[in-house]
Ligand binder design. Structure first.
Ligand code: 4NP
Length: 158
């Protein structure tokens, strides 16, 4: 069975995309699909930092440890290395399109588009809000990850 390389991307790479990475790792394990995952930010503000403590706590509550991740900025090479690049919001998507090389191997999409019922497919940025926003982000990401893994299963070529 093939392995899919998947990169989750948000702005700072400390709240949404590390959480999305952890949730996808856990969902893929449970649903018997092989993913090689990483996450990155479109901005450089937090390079080298651990995820936001509120993201770590929200994921810890459901048994997922994202504390060892370190933030990095997305690069052009990521478009050659990954099969999927999953943007958390439209601004991320627009910034990613600006650096996407013409020979991009990666399929670049909004992650939330896999979960139909949410307007515009955006994962709301919880950074300036309270802890509740991080729980809502987690629950939203769980729903999207489930749909994404189903999509991979139903489009498998192996
Ligand atoms: P993220 O959230 O893009 O989900 O990691 C943010 C993290 C940091 C900032 C903004 C959003 N910031 O402005 O530093």
């Amino acid at each position: 069975m093939r392995t899919y390389k998947v990169l989750t991307v948000c702005l700072g790479n400390i709240c949404r995309s590390p959480a999305a990475q952890g949730i996808l790792e856990s969902t893929a394990d449970k649903q018997n699909i092989f993913l090689e995952l990483d996450s990155a930010g479109t901005a450089a503000y937090h390079i080298g930092n651990s995820p936001d403590s509120r993201s770590i706590a929200a994921l810890h509550q459901i048994g997922i440890d994202i504390s060892r991740q370190k933030a990095r900025q997305v690069t052009k090479d990521d478009f050659c290395d990954f099969d999927w690049i999953l943007a958390m919001d439209r601004e991320n998507l627009s910034n990613l399109k600006k650096i996407q090389p013409k020979n991009s191997k990666a399929t670049l999409v909004m992650f939330g588009e896999f979960y139909d019922s949410v307007a515009f497919g955006e994962v709301a940025d919880p950074y300036y809000g309270d802890d509740k926003g991080f729980i809502e982000m987690r629950e939203h990401l769980i729903q999207i990850a489930d749909k994404f893994i189903h999509h991979l299963h139903s489009n498998r070529e192996d």
